[in-house]
Design a protein around this ligand. Structure first.
Ligand code: SF4
Length: 330
């Protein structure tokens, strides 16, 4: 894996202004992704992970949403300084996105072939004949044995798993540097899930690109990711290699997530769920946002939001239990 930084997100704040209230959906997020890396962004729904990915793509509905602060740099270029026209080029050429529900992303009135060919004609200047040929190749690559037929079909003629594979082919059609996959396998059965995840890894290796995978499923993380960012209350609460996170989780929220993960090896094991729910983004508690659900909470936890600190090399955690260990936030 190369250590070349591909994406840097610095101090990102994305707020929603609704009915006189401010929902701080993403509230000071910092991370980076290297070329060749697969990074997972995990957390329960409402933790801010999808808003983070939509902020990177600048697909936040505005109003009511707004990126208030921060920088999002792709190969050093700040995407937030680009015009919508320039950003459309980035979305077509540099960053591919796979959404959770492919039916809403595919246009029902165009064939699969037309939809695959269009961005290649538009963004890569390919002629229509070559783009059609490439569409067939891409469909074969994502596992359609009769791709010549599939290009003539419409989205409703395909199963959910097939549509998701079409979305991967579409996201790959411009050889993106970064593939963002938001819950890419949630609606699929386990066998198809595994195929889709393998396919994404193959594509990443082939193009030396990187993947940001957004998921609430730690099983998916264990299978795919080099590094994990755990999000809670619009902030990253732990950032570690996947190996460290699974063997040595530190933040009480991460520990809770791991304890609630089904262990297929032990069917009788009772799963512990984390009590309570993610607080609404317009009404975070004072201090640590996890405090109302944390069994280690103490008075000091409610006084100030803990900083994200490097507790061990390349292992950052936002919790006062670790404040005496390790260094300051970088
Ligand atoms: Fe729990 Fe306190 Fe750590 Fe927050 S800072 S996770 S409440 S121990």
């Amino acid at each position: 894996m190369s250590n070349e930084t591909l994406l840097e997100v610095e101090g990102l704040k994305t707020y929603f202004h609704i009915e006189g209230k401010v929902a701080k959906a993403v509230d000071g997020v910092d991370f980076s992704i290297d070329r060749g890396e697969t990074v997972a962004l995990v957390g329960e729904s409402g933790s801010g992970k999808s808003i983070t990915s939509m902020s990177i793509m600048q697909l936040i509905p505005s109003p009511p949403g707004k990126i208030e602060e921060g920088a999002i740099k792709l190969e050093g270029k700040d995407l937030l300084s680009l015009s919508e026209r320039e950003m459309m080029k980035v979305r077509g050429n540099d960053i591919g996105m796979i959404f959770q529900e492919p039916m809403t992303s595919l246009n029902p009135v165009f064939t699969i072939g037309e939809q695959l060919a269009e961005p290649m004609v538009k963004h890569q200047g390919m002629n229509k004949k070559d783009a059609k040929k490439r569409a067939v190749e891409l469909l074969k690559l994502v596992g359609f044995p009769r791709a010549e037929e599939t290009v003539k079909e419409y989205p409703h003629q395909l199963s959910g798993g097939m549509r998701q594979r079409v979305m991967i082919a579409m996201a790959m059609s411009c050889d993106p540097k970064l593939l963002i996959a938001d819950e890419p396998t949630t609606a699929l059965d386990v066998t198809i899930q595994a195929q889709i995840l393998d396919l994404m890894q193959d594509v990443k290796k082939k193009y030396n690109s990187a993947i940001l995978i957004i998921t609430h499923d730690l099983g998916v993380v264990a299978e795919t990711s080099d590094r994990v960012l755990v999000m809670y209350g619009g902030q990253i609460v732990e950032n570690a290699s996947a190996k460290d996170l699974f063997t040595n989780p530190k933040h009480p929220y991460t520990v809770g997530l791991l304890n609630s993960m089904p262990d297929v090896a032990d069917e009788k094991e009772r799963l512990e769920s984390i009590p309570g729910t993610v607080p609404p983004a317009h009404n975070f508690p004072d201090g640590c946002r996890f405090a109302p659900r944390c069994k280690h909470a103490m008075e000091a936890c409610t006084e100030a939001v803990p900083k994200l600190r490097e507790n061990e090399p390349n292992h950052h955690v936002r919790c006062i239990l670790y404040e005496d260990q390790g260094g300051e936030k970088e």
